[in-house]
Design a binder for this molecule. Structure first.
Ligand SMILES: Cc1cc2nc3c(=O)[nH]c(=O)nc-3n(C[C@H](O)[C@H](O)[C@H](O)COP(=O)(O)OP(=O)(O)OC[C@H]3O[C@@H](n4cnc5c(N)ncnc54)[C@H](O)[C@@H]3O)c2cc1C
Length: 376
């Protein structure tokens, strides 16, 4: 069996990004994906245009809608509209389109792809990773990247990621018309979902409808009840949406994201924002950073995988630590949060800046602390 440089488990946003960057630097890479292709993926598809920074090719051609306004509501009333400003707007993409575009870029750069490869075993022997699929196929690699999403079992197996995993309960679906959702506008509804929010994102001739709850996820999400209240306000009948529920792993503390020859990326690394469920930006960021560290490591710089964990902590984790605190306060007292937070004159702009990647939760928290100190 030929020994490859890197085996990547999972061909979602994080896995394909890692694969593209490694393959474009002539590393021998194989993507192992358990499915063939998916007609529709469970995701809102909202992401900051700042993700463009991690790719040499343009992403705009696969964007369904560029968002210029964000509308917030509390139980469909008390609406606030914020104009998105700045150089990094918010994009809405169809997830399956993004993933297959990134996959094509990886394949065109020389990456191999094995589909229906459902990884069931990963072991390391004499510095070689042996990866086995359910059907008995095997791959041997010098390094392995775990990119198999929220249900990944491997972080626990290899003692990586947060000691306690935390999950949001989510739902996402689509309606094949636009209703009365305004063009270039994303809607966030905070009053109808306990400990969370619902959204409506415009796609090309369609709308993505979703919801997530972030604090107490023992009970199932009352999807139908929420849709019944939310959808008429958007000009839809609740029966129009076809969607699915999913447990989404969210950020839950700083932790190690690498071992010797192994890295976690995307949802498998628990990177998803615990306040707004933003997981695409960290998935693409982690894929880019993981590939950067692996390229040095494969060339003989033995300690550089630790730099990956450190970089993700600085560039993402520090903001998420504040995002987690904000989420715990906001979703525990959402009505107060909506009145004092979202309805504050500058607040929608700040949320818009978070969505666009212009500001981090850390920047915002520091501003608030400074303001409080100054007032006292
Ligand atoms: C309802 C919902 C709405 C969301 N909306 C947004 C949003 O609007 N904006 C945003 O930024 N983020 C959003 N997110 C988060 C975002 O979807 C994730 O953070 C993102 O998908 C992470 O990408 P990933 O590549 O790490 O994982 P995934 O996209 O889950 O990809 C994992 C891949 O691994 C494969 N796989 C799994 N197990 C195996 C195995 N054993 N062997 C081989 N392959 C395997 C899977 O088939 C899949 O292709 C949303 C999430 C949910 C659930």
């Amino acid at each position: 069996m030929t020994l490859i440089d890197v085996a990547i488990i999972g061909g979602g946003a994080s896995g394909t990004t890692t694969a593209f960057h490694l393959a474009s630097k002539s590393k021998k890479v194989c993507l192992l994906e358990k499915n063939v292709s998916s007609p529709e993926k469970i995701c809102g598809g909202g992401m900051s245009a700042a993700v463009q920074n991690w790719f040499p090719f343009r992403l705009l051609p696969i964007v369904d809608e560029v968002i210029t306004n964000v509308e917030f509501s509390w139980c469909n009333t008390d609406k606030v509209v914020a104009k998105l400003s700045g150089s990094s707007p918010f994009w809405i993409v169809k997830r399956e389109r993004l993933d297959s575009f990134l996959l094509d870029q990886a394949l065109n750069s020389g990456c191999n792809l094995l589909t229906t490869f459902n990884v069931v075993d990963i072991i390391k022997q004499s510095n070689v990773w042996h990866i086995t699929a359910l059907d008995g196929r095997q791959i041997e690699a010098r390094a392995v990247v775990i990119a198999d999403g929220s249900q990944s079992p491997w972080s626990k197996t290899f003692n990586l990621g947060p000691t306690q995993q935390k999950f949001a309960s989510t739902f996402s679906g689509r309606i094949k018309r636009r209703g009365n959702l305004r063009t270039e506008t994303a809607r966030f509804e905070f009053g109808l979902v306990k400990n969370g929010f619902a959204w409506a994102f415009p796609l090309d001739n369609e709308v993505n409808i979703g919801m997530g709850t972030f604090l107490d996820n023992k009970n199932s999400l009352p999807v139908n009840e929420i849709l019944k209240s939310f959808l008429p306000d958007l000009g839809f009948d609740p029966s129009e949406v076809i969607g699915h529920e999913k447990k989404l792993r969210i950020w839950n503390g700083h932790c190690k994201l690498n071992g010797e020859g192994i890295l976690l990326v995307g949802d498998a690394a628990s990177l998803c924002d615990p306040f707004l469920a933003e997981g695409l930006r960290p998935a693409l960021m982690s894929g880019f950073e993981a590939a950067k560290s692996l390229i040095y490591w494969l060339d003989g710089e033995v300690n550089c995988l630790d730099a990956y964990t450190k970089t993700m902590q600085i560039n993402w984790g520090n903001s998420m630590a504040w995002g987690k605190r904000i989420s715990q306060v906001f979703y525990r007292f959402p009505k107060v949060g909506y009145q004092l937070g979202v309805k504050r004159a500058t607040a929608p702009k700040r949320i818009a800046q978070i969505l666009s990647g212009e500001m981090s939760y850390e920047d915002i928290a520091k501003r608030v602390i400074k303001r409080l100190l100054f007032q006292n």
